[in-house]
Design a protein around this ligand. Sequence first.
Ligand code: RIB
Length: 305
Amino acid sequence: MIYVLGSLNMDLVAQVSRMPKAGETMYADSFYTNCGGKGANQTAAVAKLGGKVAMIGCVGNDAFGQVMKDNLAGYGADVSHIVTVDGPSGVALITVEKGENRIIIDGGANLKLTCAQVDAALDKAVSGDILLTQLESDPQIVAYAFEIARKKGMTTVLNPAPARELPDSLLKNVDIIAPNETETEILTGVMPKDEAHLALAVKHFYGKGIKNVIVTLGGKGAAVSFGSEITYIEPRKVTPVDTTAAGDTFVGSVCLCLDKGRDIVSACRFASVAASVTITRAGAAVSVPTAEEVSEIIAEEGIKL
Ligand code: RIB
């Protein structure tokens, strides 16, 4: 069973041909709203790809809250630990320009998660279950959840996005960390621009007591390390439409595969295929593929997991 503690945001997305200058007003090529938030996207990834997942989070009592909760329930996720609180839901203002996104978030209800809510949600969790979180929630609550999870013998996975400095007291309870390149630089002081720098960054995480490191490298794939060696995962070549939720699909898929008993390298290979599909579609949770879609690509292209 996978528990995802994290954010639910309503994404307000404008597709643009270029970014406006300061003081300039310009038309978007298109606009849409859709359900996002790193926590919700990762939950959706596990559910759509066939895993058992419960989300721990908060939505506001505004027009967006119930819509986001229903959306996740529609994918088959357990939403009984998503609490509706007074005030606005989380929102994300997103521009997509030539497939690349820029995101500004307002945390709203996501910042109202409490320790009591974590206790209630993890009450029935057992050794071997997985707790996955990101950093769109209060880091103190994330740290608390990891402490509880570690005591229960769960596997703890941190996707440190958006990155910020984190106390060693939080990092010491992390089994697997999965940052992208910029998050790696913020957390370690080293941009993993080549193998030597990547090795330095990995060493930094090892020094914090984290035994498994997965660095996603955008168009260059991903790198996995859980000992002395670094294994590279080649990306599947696709034409990007919108990269939103690609990282979330990757991390959610890794957890799904680990929960199903795959080793971490094989999990990353599967995750890389799943994320490559997300990139070819507009939107966040809605763009995550199903298990059948990923299996078809793996079979058709003869991809070895
Ligand atoms: O990772 C993509 C997500 O980041 C978006 O859905 C947006 O809500 C922000 O949380």
